[in-house]
Design a protein around this ligand. Structure first.
Ligand code: ASP
Length: 364
C-alpha cells in the first residue's frame, strides 16, 4: 500500500470455505470497533489478531474471508487522503477475485472516507461496505458484532439476477445501510451514529435484511483505478455565522495555496449581504478559486437565487452544491482539483453527480 500504511493478510478460519457462498475482503483500519482500554483507561487501537479472538462468531460464516489488517490501526481522526488512495489500491488489487469488501473504520471520519472512495471507485460493480462501532468489541454491550456481521452479509448478498445486491460504497450502522456519500455522523454517544437526510436508506436490517432496490445503484462496468488519482488538499471549509468578520476571513480566502472552498451557508444557500463579504468572495473566485456552496442544514438543498440573500452568488460564480453533504463536497472538491483540469472543466465535473452524491433540481 503506497505510503498509506503497511498491512498484513490473514485468512479467516470460517465454517465452510470450500463451499463458500462468496469471497469477501475485510479491511481493518482501526476505530473504536477494534479498540481496547490502555492502562490509563484511554481507548487505543488493538491488533486485529486480538480482535478476532473477541469475535469467534465470524468463524461461523460460510464465506471465504480474507483480512487485510493495518499493521498500525488508526483512530480515524488520523486518516489522510493518501490512505483513501491506499484503500482504493487494496480494493483494486483484490477486486477481480472477491465478491465484496467490508472496511472496518472509525466513525469520526467514516463519512469522508466513504465519500472519497465513492469518487475514486467510480464504476463499482461490487459492494464496499464501511462499518465500525460506538463501543469496542471488547465491551459487553458492544454494537460492533451486529454491525460487522451484517456488513459481511450485505457485502456478500446477491439480487435476483445473481449480481451484487448493493454495488456501491455504503455505510452500514445500527440496522441501516446508507449511501456512503450521503451519510453524516450525527451522534457521538448513541448507537445510531449516521444519518442520510437527503437520500433514503438502501436497506433496513431487522429479522431479514430488506433491500430498497429502487434506490440502489445498478452495477457499473467495474473500477478503473489509475495511478494519477490524487486528492488535492489545497482546500478549506468556511462555515458562516452571524458576526463572522473580514479580518478572520481575508487571510483564509486570500491564501494563495487555496484552490477550492466549501462555503457552508445558511438554509437554502443564503449568505450575509455585506459588501465586504460579497467583494471578497468575488475577488477569490476571480483569482480562479472554486467556491462551492453547501447548506449548514442537514436536510434540503441549496437553491441560489431563491432568496435575495443568495441571488448574487450565481452572478459572481459561486457553484451551487445542491444537496451535497459537506463531507461529500470537500472530498469531491479535493478529488476533482486533483485531476488538474482547467477551471471550466473542474466546475463541469463538480456540478455533475459522479456516484449518486447529489440530486440536481435543474439537471439540463
Ligand atoms: N475516534 C474513533 C475513530 O473515529 C471513534 C470511532 O471509531 O467511533 O476512530
Amino acid at each position: 500500500m503506497s505510503e498509506a500504511n503497511n498491512y498484513k493478510i490473514i485468512t479467516l478460519d470460517t465454517a465452510a470455505p470450500d463451499t463458500a457462498e462468496a469471497k469477501i475482503l475485510l479491511i481493518y483500519t482501526g476505530g473504536t470497533l477494534g479498540m481496547g482500554h490502555d492502562e490509563n483507561g484511554t481507548l487505543v487501537p488493538i491488533d486485529f489478531s486480538d480482535l478476532l479472538s473477541q469475535a469467534p462468531v465470524l468463524g461461523k460464516f460460510s464465506l471465504e474471508v480474507t483480512i487485510v489488517a493495518f499493521n498500525n490501526p488508526i483512530d480515524s481522526s488520523d486518516i489522510l487522503p493518501v490512505q483513501w488512495n491506499g484503500l482504493a489500491e487494496i480494493i483494486n488489487k483484490f477486486y477481480d477475485d472477491h465478491d465484496g469488501f467490508v472496511i472496518i473504520h472509525g466513525t469520526d471520519t467514516m463519512a469522508f472516507t466513504a465519500s472519497a472512495l465513492s469518487f475514486i471507485l467510480e464504476g463499482l460493480s461490487k459492494p464496499v461496505i464501511l462499518t465500525g462501532a460506538q463501543l469496542p468489541i471488547t465491551s459487553i454491550r458492544t454494537d460492533a458484532l451486529e454491525n460487522l456481521v451484517t456488513a459481511l452479509e450485505i457485502a456478500s448478498a446477491k439480487n435476483e439476477k445473481g449480481d451484487a445486491a448493493v454495488p456501491e460504497v455504503c455505510i452500514y450502522f445500527n440496522n441501516k445501510l446508507l449511501r456512503g456519500n450521503r451519510s453524516q455522523k450525527v451522534q457521538s454517544d448513541k448507537f445510531h451514529a449516521f444519518n442520510s437526510a437527503n437520500y433514503p436508506a438502501l436497506a433496513d436490517s431487522g429479522i431479514e435484511i430488506e433491500y430498497h432496490y429502487a434506490y440502489i445503484h445498478k452495477p457499473g462496468s467495474g473500477i478503473r483505478l489509475t495511478n494519477e488519482v490524487r486528492f488535492d488538499n489545497n482546500v478549506t471549509i468556511v462555515k458562516l455565522f452571524p458576526g463572522i468578520c473580514k479580518e478572520s476571513l481575508e487571510p483564509v480566502l486570500r491564501n494563495l495555496c487555496i484552490k477550492g472552498v466549501v462555503l457552508e451557508t445558511y438554509g437554502s444557500g443564503n449568505v450575509m449581504s455585506e459588501k465586504w463579504f460579497i467583494d471578497l468572495l468575488k475577488e477569490t473566485i476571480d483569482r480562479g478559486v472554486i467556491v462551492l456552496n453547501v447548506s449548514q442544514c442537514m436536510g434540503g438543498r441549496v437553491t441560489q437565487g431563491r432568496y435575495k440573500t443568495s441571488e448574487m452568488l450565481d452572478k459572481i460564480g459561486v457553484i451551487n452544491g445542491f444537496d451535497l453533504t459537506t463531507e461529500a463536497a470537500i472530498t469531491k472538491l479535493m478529488f476533482t482539483l486533483g485531476k488538474n483540469l482547467s477551471y471550466e472543466s473542474t466546475i463541469e465535473c463538480l456540478i455533475l453527480p459522479v456516484s449518486g452524491e447529489m440530486t440536481r433540481t435543474n439537471l439540463q
